[in-house]
Design a protein around this ligand. Structure first.
Ligand SMILES: C[S@@+](CC[C@H](N)C(=O)[O-])C[C@H]1O[C@@H](n2cnc3c(N)ncnc32)[C@H](O)[C@@H]1O
Length: 260
């Protein structure tokens, strides 16, 4: 019955809610049955990164990023590393990471000083702007200059996404990942607080697409360094391009891996 309800909501994506009363436990079971433990944790912690979110009286389909992250990250679950997330809000995603990566140190960054309430033994909060060099220096010192995963779930303005990416790429450890979420928000101006910024840049997805399409063809005869496109990139972007290993596009988000 509830699978039918969920598929109905899925088919009507875009803000259809139903009353669920006390059925959260049933939904939890369905999310688990879909096979992603990370999606289940996200659902239980109420982050909109999961496939479904439930309030007290209603549920809705959500971004559904966690199944993809589970696919890419599950083999690293037991390892010790630092994870940084820009944007804490209610702390749902920070607690999800804390559960999923039992040996990781989790760093949350937010402009809002109230985010400090999310601190635990392994969740550390930095109050600051995810696009600022000051925040970069603070996190560089706290993480020892290495973060295995960085996620940007902050303002969603395209210019901010790009500034943070270009600034924080250096902190990503070899073989690590940089994730940018909610690629569509830049054009929708979904957050009333951010409209002045939303169109200050090329969409982040197009920027990454441009970087991904510079060819690595016959590098012995035609090194990418000599290609027209590469030569015209600014030096800091050339460095990122050299270090990029893969770039995965999923609906609404981009996951970039640094060369191991
Ligand atoms: C979408 S919410 C984060 C949701 C959270 N990651 C989750 O999944 O549960 C966005 C948060 O980003 C914060 N934020 C917006 N712009 C920011 C910036 N430039 N630097 C740091 N935090 C920012 C907001 O204060 C807000 O708490």
């Amino acid at each position: 019955m509830f699978k039918k309800v969920l598929s109905y909501i899925a088919s009507r994506w875009g803000g259809h809610y139903i009353d669920i009363g006390d059925t959260k436990a049933k939904i939890e079971r369905i999310v688990s049955e879909q096979g992603s433990i990370l999606d289940k944790y996200g659902f239980l912690e109420n982050t909109d990164k999961s496939s479904v979110i439930a309030g007290n009286t209603r549920i809705s389909m959500s971004h559904d990023y966690l199944r993809h992250y589970d696919f890419l990250f599950h083999s690293f679950r037991a390892e010790k590393f630092s994870l940084i997330e820009f944007g804490c809000a209610e702390g749902g995603s920070l607690r999800t990471w804390e559960k999923y990566f039992p040996s990781a140190q989790i760093y949350g960054v937010d402009l809002d000083e109230n985010a400090k309430r999310h601190e635990t033994e392994r969740i550390h909060i930095v109050i600051g702007d995810a696009t600022s060099t000051e925040t970069f220096e603070t996190l560089k010192a706290s993480t020892g200059g290495n973060a295995f995963i960085i996620l940007d779930d902050a303002s969603h303005a395209w210019g901010d996404q790009r500034r943070s990416f270009e600034l924080f790429w250096d902190l990503v450890s070899p073989g690590g990942f940089y994730v940018v979420e909610d690629l569509e928000c830049g054009c929708l101006g979904a957050f009333p607080a951010y409209p002045p910024k939303v169109l200050d840049s090329q969409p982040f997805s197009e920027y990454m697409h441009d970087l991904s399409k510079i060819l690595r063809w016959a590098p012995d005869r035609n090194p990418e360094e000599n290609s027209y496109h590469f030569k015209h990139l600014p030096k800091n972007i050339q460095k990122i391009k050299r270090e990029m290993d893969m770039c995965v596009f999923v609906p609404g988000a981009i996951i970039v891996r640094k060369k191991p």
